[in-house]
Design a protein around this ligand. Structure first.
Ligand code: DP6
Length: 402
């Protein structure tokens, strides 16, 4: 790359996905480096439905590093943002000193302007920090010409963000080094591996979560002996079992382990002192609904998982989507006539038999679920080539306030 001589900013835009853990990460052994007490495994969701877009601009004319998130300028001195910026610049400097990079020396001293938006509500509790930090690190790496392993840097933004650096099925290996160099994400299977797998995000509430994951897991590590037992004696075996279920595309095994691990994570929250409740009565109703639905058919067709909030993420196979979506719509009648109830991948019509409704036998809960996002497994972060998609204009400032 020739040395930059103009005042025109150097601009790069990328997108990154949300991921949903099926073996949960909960608890750190090192708060600064974000090193977990157990390994975890997740599914990367498709960016057509859920993604973060980030534009980074660098210019010698910028006075300071600045960041705008969803249209609002935020504090760039946030320690986790600073860790990501520092680590990327450090790697870029190292590459330059090693003489194996095309980065021009000027751009390393340049300040950055960062602008980032989600195509889904930030406050809906849909792991926005994972997609956000993954996108930030991926985009910064492109700007500064850094290649190779980046999940270790994304991890320092938010633990779960390291898993959003890959598509498909991804594990975060906890590692055992003090410096965290071996605490990295790795793809288990690519996004093409299990094309029939479908994901439904049931948005139960758009309110902010009561206790953030960072402080929640801190209290759990301090007070829950169930969490210690889980990390030491349960998760290692589950990582092997889950990898095997995914490799074999064994839906029943995948689904049962996903539900059990979600339940155990929420049990550790209840075992935390004072206890943390992420599930509400809507979440509990969804859990009952899934178990009754599976029981009705005498096989595991649907699985749920919940993170640090009341929204459910449902896994099922393509062939069961229309009926299950209509079951959800029947037991959680939406406010409107249902036109906006289903977003994302189109869902075919299905009729529900009286026998199935009776078999499930729950009292309908009107307006319990705001909407459903229908999606599938998707790829990792990517570069957006189309300049019209940039969030910063050619002067390096946000195009418009959203
Ligand atoms: C319940 O990655 O948000 O979603 O590392 O403190 O930023 P920090 O926490 P975060 O925790 C995610 C917790 C979880 C489970 C998971 O995604 O594995």
């Amino acid at each position: 790359m020739p040395e930059e001589r103009t005042e025109q900013p150097h601009i790069v835009t990328c997108t990154a996905p949300v991921n949903i853990a099926v073996i949960k990460y909960w608890g750190k052994r090192n708060e600064d480096l974000i090193l977990p007490i157990n390994s975890s495994l997740s599914v990367t969701l498709h960016q057509d439905q859920l993604k973060t877009t980030t534009t980074v601009a660098t210019s010698r004319s910028f006075q300071e590093d600045r960041i705008w998130l969803n249209g609002k300028e935020e504090d760039i001195t946030h320690p986790r943002l600073q860790s990501c910026l520092r680590e990327i610049r450090r790697l870029a400097r190292k590459r330059r000193n090693d003489g194996d990079s095309g980065v021009d020396s000027a751009s390393l001293s340049h300040k950055v302007h960062i602008c980032s938006v989600n195509n889904f509500p930030t406050a809906a509790g849909l792991a926005s920090s994972a997609a956000g930090f993954a996108c930030l690190v991926y985009t910064l790496a492109r700007v500064f010409g850094v290649e190779g392993e980046l999940s270790g840097i994304a991890r320092q933004g938010s633990g779960s963000a390291c898993r959003s650096m890959y598509g498909g099925f991804v594990q975060w290996i906890m590692g055992n080094k003090e410096d965290g160099k071996d605490s990295l994400a790795q793809q288990v299977e690519p996004e093409t591996h299990w094309p029939e797998l479908r994901i439904l995000v049931l948005v139960a509430s758009a309110e902010r979560k009561p206790v953030g994951s960072t402080s929640g897991m801190q209290t759990s590590v301090k007070t829950s002996c169930l969490l210690k037992h889980r990390a030491e004696s349960v998760v290692p075996g589950r990582m092997v079992e889950m990898t095997e279920a995914i490799r074999k595309k064994d839906f029943a095994a995948f689904a049962e382990l996903t539900m059990k691990d979600s339940n155990q994570f929420h049990a550790t929250c209840l075992d935390t002192y004072p206890p943390i409740f992420y599930l509400n009565h809507v979440s509990q109703q969804i859990i009952s609904l899934v178990h009754r639905y599976n029981k009705h058919y005498g096989e595991t067709r649907v699985a749920y998982t919940f993170d640090a909030g009341p929204n459910a993420v449902i896994f099922t196979l393509q062939q069961h989507v229309p009926e299950f979506v209509h079951v959800v719509q029947h037991f959680f009648p939406p406010e409107t006539n249902g036109a906006d109830f289903i977003k994302g991948l189109p869902v075919n019509c299905a009729s529900l038999s009286e026998e199935l409704k009776q078999g499930i036998g729950l009292e309908p809960m009107p307006k319990g679920i705001n909407y459903i996002i229908s999606t599938k497994v998707g790829p990792g972060p990517c570069v957006v080539e189309d300049p019209t998609q940039q969030l910063l204009s050619s002067d390096g400032f946000p195009k418009k306030m959203m």
